[in-house]
Design a binder for this molecule. Structure first.
Ligand code: PLP
Length: 399
């Protein structure tokens, strides 16, 4: 018999993290909504409370269903420790606030997720933390700024929404030399396509709301790492500050994750086909997908990812007017601020990922107002292509 850690990703997605939580012969992990866990033995209670013995005390700290979720992600990312959160943004903010102090410096990229960007432009400067933004995709600049000294190098690759790629290994090396912590938001790639820990990252973050859950019905976030001390420090911040994952969300996310490998592979196939088609459409000005050979960082993507993911974006001629005309014509797509779901989901960046930014800020990040983000679902690619074809055929503006 081999251990689950030696299994392939699709097997891990199905089996990992579940066995220790099954009860009464059930084959599925139960939802345990209990807020507190009782003890008749006062000494045992005390031992669990001070962490000398395994067990649960209070739901803000730990919960069995939530722990099963953490264990599955841990195995999928090949990490030694994981801690979960109520949302992806809670995972990101709690992780940053665990380690940053006034006077510290963070190096990051210009196109992080909109909410993350707000932490860097608004909340960290309020705490006297200096944030250095680098041009996304300019790995030399990232290295140079990191070498000047920083507490944290924070990356996200591929980025939201223009799917730019950063060379994780190259940038992590420079950060290590500077004694910095390397944090990577791996939401877009998923553990199926990219393992930042293996490329030198210290901590990997997911918005579990997206691909991990995959069904757009539960919010969650998670941080994993190999240095248990780091992850325990983040857990401590979370248990006190309280952005805990709900057991019902953990259950839905666990169930969703069982099909992660299947879904992500289909989504990547659909994305490649849609991106290739969009390049030939006369209404389309530019297509952004790391799987396209003319993507500026295609080679790096090929080297550090085992698939190019289900996210792409494209800019239409005629800007917002074309967006307004085109998107309502799609039959098999939700027009919503979500991604990673089994349904194809579309939306303009100015309404979704970067709604928090001003038009000037979006322009500075290289995000055209006519940019449409597509999260490819698991539908049949032929139907998706046909749907876009009929929608473009009926569009009057932007040609
Ligand atoms: C959605 C998203 C987040 C935030 O996650 P929430 O679960 O919505 O809080 C962070 N990073 C990326 C890349 C995302 O797509």
């Amino acid at each position: 018999m081999t251990t689950i850690n030696e299994a392939k990703l699709a097997t891990k997605a199905v089996w990992a993290g579940e066995k220790d939580y099954l009860v009464h012969g059930a084959t599925q992990v139960p939802v345990i909504p209990s807020v507190a866990f009782g003890y008749d033995d006062m000494d045992e209670w005390y031992e669990v409370a001070i962490g000398q013995k395994k067990g649960h005390i209070y739901g803000r700290n730990t919960n069995p269903t939530v722990q099963a979720f953490e264990d599955k992600v841990k195995v999928l990312e090949d990490a030694k420790a994981a801690t979960s959160f109520s949302t992806g943004m809670a995972a990101i903010s709690n992780t940053l606030y665990t380690f940053l102090r006034p006077g510290d410096r963070v190096v990051t990229i210009k196109d992080t997720y909109g909410g993350t960007n707000k932490i860097f432009t608004e909340f960290l400067p309020n705490m006297q933390v200096d944030v250095q933004f680098c041009e996304t995709g300019n790995d030399e600049q990232i290295r140079a700024e990191t070498e000047k000294g920083c507490k944290i190098l924070y990356l996200e690759t591929p980025t939201n929404p223009t799917v730019k790629i950063t060379d994780i290994k190259k940038c992590a090396e420079a950060a290590k030399e500077a004694g910095a912590l390397v944090i990577v938001d791996n939401t877009f790639a998923t553990p199926i396509n990219q393992n930042p820990l293996a490329l030198g990252a210290d901590l990997v973050i997911h918005s579990a709301t997206k691909f991990l859950g995959g069904h757009a019905d539960a919010l969650g976030g998670v941080v994993v790492g190999n240095d248990t001390t780091l992850v325990e420090a983040i857990y401590h911040y979370r248990e006190i500050n309280g952005a805990t994952m709900d057991p019902w969300a953990a259950y839905l996310l666990l169930r969703g994750m069982k099909t992660l490998d299947l879904r992500v592979k289909r989504q990547a196939e659909n994305a490649m086909k849609l991106a290739t088609y969009l390049q030939k459409v006369e209404h389309v000005e530019a297509v952004f997908y790391p799987g396209l050979v003319d993507h500026p960082n295609h080679e790096i993507a090929r080297a550090q990812m085992s698939g190019f993911g289900g996210m792409l974006s494209f800019a239409v001629k005629g800007g917002v007017d074309t967006v307004r005309d085109l998107l309502p014509k799609l039959q098999y797509a939700n027009r919503a601020a979500n991604l990673g779901a089994v349904e194809t989901t579309v939306g303009p960046a100015r309404t979704t990922s970067h709604v928090e930014c001003t038009p000037a800020e979006r322009a500075a990040m290289g995000i055209p107002e006519g940019l449409i983000r597509v999260s490819c679902g698991v539908e049949d690619a032929d139907d998706i292509l046909q749907d876009f074809k009929q929608a473009f055929a009926a569009v009057r503006v932007g040609v």
